[in-house]
Design a protein. Structure first.
Length: 692
């Protein structure tokens, strides 16, 4: 098997890769690990590129300029076309802030820096990432960075011999996978610890996006090319057949069993990448796996896989931008089908012509690539300079599509508990005040109040502290993993004890506690049967990462009613046992609609926005019946007070309704977090009941 000969099965393998990515991005749970399709692409790319280089080096015909010309012909035309089309749609559909973020992404595309940009902006598995049209270009940036370095590496060290190159690649690959697996142990100061101990499964945040921790996957393909450059598969038909079946099995297992909680990239990534290597080496002509991968529809999808990959994310992103709730499976499949159609058209009318040297000469290719890159960068800069063209919206419309939200930059941060440095304090209000500090404890629902609380504290000449404890889930004694280690449970418990002791030591005046209670207690049979909220009026919350929570029971961790109740009582009692005053804030009503998206779609399609938006109060009671029952049973006393959020948002403006948007001002900046306008309603009531 000559490694530079066209192989239909490789295109079939590409089809598996692109289909898995499409279905993963489409949100189909069966393909929760479909993101490994990118890893399959990395291995294939490393194999094909290295095969080409080796073939030409062996014939002494390799040219660096020819190599880069082929890469430009292959990658740039379709990529730039999709980028330009995406820019037009973004200008039409995106509100200013989102458009500015998009402009940053288009600047990064021709600079091969998309992976750095998206690493800096947030996680690949975050729900918000699904509305980023060019998110998927991070993988192209990794490959482009690799293409810049690898051929030069081959040229420089070719004279040292293939064995030297192979050993060097092995060493680099080992360092790369160790960085992916252990990189979070490495601090910028050079100290090697994580939570005071070296951890084996310590995948750093940068590992997913950046080339140093991804290079080993492409290099696996390169090593495969070196192997096949010398040998024709393994030789034994039965062994080849067994390994090809094992290879396809490893890929399928990865696609259906991995999910967003799988540390990635890490040693887990060896499953799909080694599976790909096995298929490349052992998928011999005429074998069952080879015939399967060479099936004409698979080969066809493989041929258009690059363009299909380019189109699918923008199509999904723009559809999600103009919808205020989740896509149905039928809608998603229709969009993915459209991406395949556009992929075919792009392959036929853009990819193929630009790869034809008889149609477009080298000079034109380089000049057009340069000019297109400069044009895209200039467009991005113009959008950023003009703040996303805010003039497209009136002042009232800006309030509707970009409601002000909390900003933790107001924090004066510290880590006062030396034994638990990951407990951090965000000091707010008048930090010079001599008053005893008011404490605010909770999850992102409490965070959304922070700016409004700060204003109230300053006005009242008080100081406050927002607590963050990274050793625990926000609601202590409730765990997101059923199999969490006893050591982690103990660390959480001890850190919580240390925190309470410190709060007692500094004479905290009151501790306000707020969570998205029902969400963080899901599931409880007959009480909490949905993680997210559906207002049953067209607003159905979408969240990408499904999760379940567990409470403390006599038999370990459990999802049961009793376990969750036990955990809540233990959490509340822990404050009372330390004689700490606390005020429990009842759950904030959820919207169901992502209000800025809802409003933006109405504006863009010239539809009337209701003066008042609200949800059913009875639905609030039903959704939160477990936690309302639990909190109602807690007796108010000298240490424990309660403030009911439903008294603020429900029945006060409309009978039997909970207000979510009022007089052109959204009370929420997404599905369930209060905007600063909504937070003011909440905190006014908090301070009125507490300090007046």
């Amino acid at each position: 098997m000559k490694s530079n000969k066209y192989r239909r099965d490789i295109d079939g393998l590409r089809a598996i890769a692109v289909i898995s990515v499409l279905l993963f991005h489409g949100g189909f749970n069966l393909f929760s690990g479909g993101y490994v399709g990118v890893d399959i692409f990395f291995v294939i790319s490393g194999y094909l590129i290295t095969s080409l280089i080796l073939s030409e080096k062996n014939e002494d015909s390799f040219s660096l300029i020819n190599f880069y010309e082929r890469r430009i012909r292959r990658i740039f035309p379709a990529l730039f076309f999709v980028t330009i089309i995406s820019t037009l749609f973004s200008l039409m559909l995106m509100p200013p802030k989102l458009l500015v973020e998009f402009a940053q992404s288009i600047i990064s595309v021709p600079l091969f820096l998309s992976n750095f940009l998206f690493w800096s902006l947030g996680g690949y598995f975050a729900t918000a990432s699904e509305e980023v049209p060019l998110l998927h270009t991070w993988s192209l940036a990794v490959e482009e960075q690799y293409y810049l370095i690898f051929p030069i590496f081959i040229i420089v060290f070719w004279s040292f011999g293939k064995k030297f190159i192979i050993v060097s690649i092995l060493i680099i690959s080992l360092l790369s996978i160790l960085l992916a697996q252990l990189g979070a142990n490495i601090s910028p100061t050079g100290s090697y610890f994580l939570e005071n101990d070296l951890k084996w499964n310590a995948v750093p945040d940068f590992a997913f996006y950046l080339t140093p921790s991804r290079a080993w996957e492409i290099l696996l393909g390169a090593l495969t090319a070196f192997y096949l450059n010398e040998k024709n598969t393994i030789g034994n038909k039965n062994i080849n057949s067994s390994f090809s079946f094992l290879g396809i099995f490893l890929i399928i297992v990865s696609i259906i069993t991995f999910d967003n909680s799988t540390p990635f990239p890490s040693l887990y990534t060896l499953l799909p990448t080694l599976g790909t290597v096995m298929l490349i080496i052992t998928s011999t002509q005429g074998s069952i796996v080879n015939r399967l991968l060479s099936f004409t529809p698979f080969v066809g999808i493989g041929l258009i896989s690059y363009s299909t990959y380019l189109w699918h994310q923008p199509l999904l992103a723009y559809t999600r931008i103009i919808k205020s709730n989740s896509l149905s499976n039928i809608e998603t499949l229709l969009i993915l089908f459209c991406s395949i159609i556009l992929g075919y058209l792009s392959w036929k009318f853009i990819e193929n012509p630009f790869r034809n040297k008889n149609i477009f000469k080298r000079k034109f290719i380089f000049n057009s690539a340069l000019l297109s890159s400069v044009l895209i960068i200039i467009i991005g800069i113009i959008i950023i300079i003009n703040d996303g063209f805010e003039s497209r919206y009136s002042k009232k419309e800006m309030n509707l599509v970009e409601p002000q939200k909390f900003n933790l930059s107001i924090c004066n941060n510290s880590n006062p508990i030396k034994s638990f440095p990951k407990i951090s304090f965000c000091s707010i209000g008048n930090i010079e005040s001599k008053s005893d500090p008011t404490i605010f404890y909770g999850d992102s629902h409490m965070d959304s109040l922070i700016n409004s609380i700060n204003n109230q504290l300053v006005k009242s000449d008080l100081r406050g502290i927002k607590i963050f404890n990274e050793y625990c889930e926000p609601m202590v004694f409730i765990y997101r993993e059923k199999n969490i280690s006893l050591a982690k449970q103990n660390t959480c418990t001890e850190s919580h004890k240390a925190l309470l002791s410190y709060l007692k030591e500094i004479n905290s005046s009151n501790i306000f506690i707020l969570f998205r209670w029902t969400f963080r207690l899901y599931p409880i049979d007959e009480y909490i049967e949905s993680l997210t909220f559906d207002n049953e009026e067209g607003g159905k919350e979408y969240i990408k990462n499904y999760r379940e929570y567990y409470g403390l029971s006599s038999n370990g961790l459990s999802k049961s009613y009793e376990a969750k109740l036990n955990s809540i009582n233990k959490f509340i009692d822990s404050f009372a046992e330390n004689n700490l005053n606390m005020t429990i804030l009842y759950p904030i009503p959820e919207s169901g609609w992502n209000l800025p998206k809802y409003n933006n779609t109405k504006i863009k399609f010239n539809k009337k926005i209701p003066a008042i938006l609200s949800t059913d109060y009875d639905l609030y009671l039903q959704r939160n019946r477990f936690i309302l029952m639990v909190l109602d049973r807690i007796n108010e006393n000298q240490l424990i007070n309660k403030i009911k959020s439903q008294d603020i948002f429900c029945n006060s403006f409309l009978l039997k309704r909970c207000i979510i948007q009022l007089e052109g001002f959204p009370l929420y900046y997404d599905y369930d977090h209060l905007s600063n306008y909504g937070a003011d309603l909440k905190t006014n009531e908090i301070f009125k009941k507490t300090y007046d």
